[in-house]
Design a binder for this molecule. Sequence first.
Ligand SMILES: Cc1ncc(COP(=O)(O)O)c(C=O)c1O
Length: 367
Amino acid sequence: MTKVPFVDLSRQHNEIRDELMACLTRVLDTNAYILGRETKDFEAQFAEFVGAKHAIACANGTDGLVLSLLAHGVGVGDEVITVSNTFFATVEAIVSVGAIPVLVDVKEEDGLINPELLSDAITKRTKAIIPVHLYGQPVDLEAVNSIASNAGIAVIEDAAQAHGALYQGKPIGSISSLTSFSFYPGKNLGALGDAGAITTNSDELATKLRSLRDHGRTEKYSHHEFGWNMRVDGLQSAFLAVKLKRLAKWNEDRSKVASIYHRELVGLSGINLLKTNPDVKHAHHLFVVLSENREVLQAELKKRGIEAGVHYPLGCHQQPAWSTRFESCSLPVTEKFTAQCLSLPIFGGMTEQEANCVVETVKEILG
Ligand SMILES: Cc1ncc(COP(=O)(O)O)c(C=O)c1O
C-alpha cells in the first residue's frame, strides 16, 4: 500500500539541509537574533518576489493582520467585513483590535468571498474589508477593490495561503494597500517556526508598520507611539530567504498535483470540485473537494494510507469561543463548506505518482 501523507516538510528540508544549517551558524556568529541584517535581506527579497515596494516581516500571520488593521487606524467600535469560511485568526485579528467583525457568505463555486454581498454589509462604521485568498485562490479583487474604493474603505488582503498566486497577471501582495502573509511551517512558504509579513507600496504605511511591530520606537529608547512586540527572529528570516528561492518550484509541484486531481476527478459522482477563476494563478495551498459523505470518504482514505484534512470543520461564526457573538449570523454557503469540505494531499515535493495513487483510491472508494 502506497502511503500518501497530507504534507511532508522533511522532503523540502532535506533538499536544503546544508543551507539551513549554514543560516544557524551565520546567525550564531553574528548574534543577529531579532530583526537585523537577515530580516532586512529577507524583506527585500520577499518584496521583490511579490512586486511590492516594501515587505515588513513580523512574528506571524495573525500579527500581520493585526498590524495592518492598526496601521489603517481600525479600533474600538469600527466594523471590518470578512468571511467566516477562513481560519479563526482572520476574525480573531479584528476582534483583538476592538473592532466588530461583520461576516459575509462565500460563493458556492469556490468558497471565496461573495462580492455581491458587500454593499449591503457596508455601514458608516465600516473601516476595512479583509478578503481571504482561501486555499491559495485569489478572490475577485477587481470587484472587492472597486466596492471598497467607492465606499472609501481599506482593503487588507489575507494572503496567508497564497504565496506566489497571481490576480490578472499581478502577484498577490502587490495590489491592495496592505497584504498580510503567514509563514507558518505548512504554508507554501513556511518558516521553521512562526513568522509573517505584510507587503505594501505605501512608504507611509511601511514606516508605520515598522514602528508598530517594534514598540512604537524610532530609536532604541525613543518611543513616539504605543506599539507591540510583533518582531520576527533573524533566524526565521534567514531560513525564509533560503526557502523563498525554492518557492516557485514547490508551487509548480502543487500545480502538477492539482492538474492531475482536476483531470481525473472532474465529473466523478460523489464529490464536487471547486472552480478556478480563469483570471487567477492559483497557489494551490490546499486542494479542497466537497463531499456529502465527507467523514466516510476521509475514513476510507485513511484506511488505505491516504491522509486528508478538513479546512475548516466550523465557520468562525460557529466556533465555541463566539457562541453568542454571531448568534444571528446566517451563512448557508459557509455552513455547506464546513460540512462537506475535504482537503486532499498536496505539497511541494509531492510526486505525480502519489497524486495518481490518491486519484485511484478516491475512484475505488466512490465506486
Ligand atoms: C487564512 C489565514 N489567515 C491567517 C492565518 C494566521 O497565520 P499565523 O498562523 O501565522 O498566525 C492563517 C494561518 O493558518 C490562515 O490560514
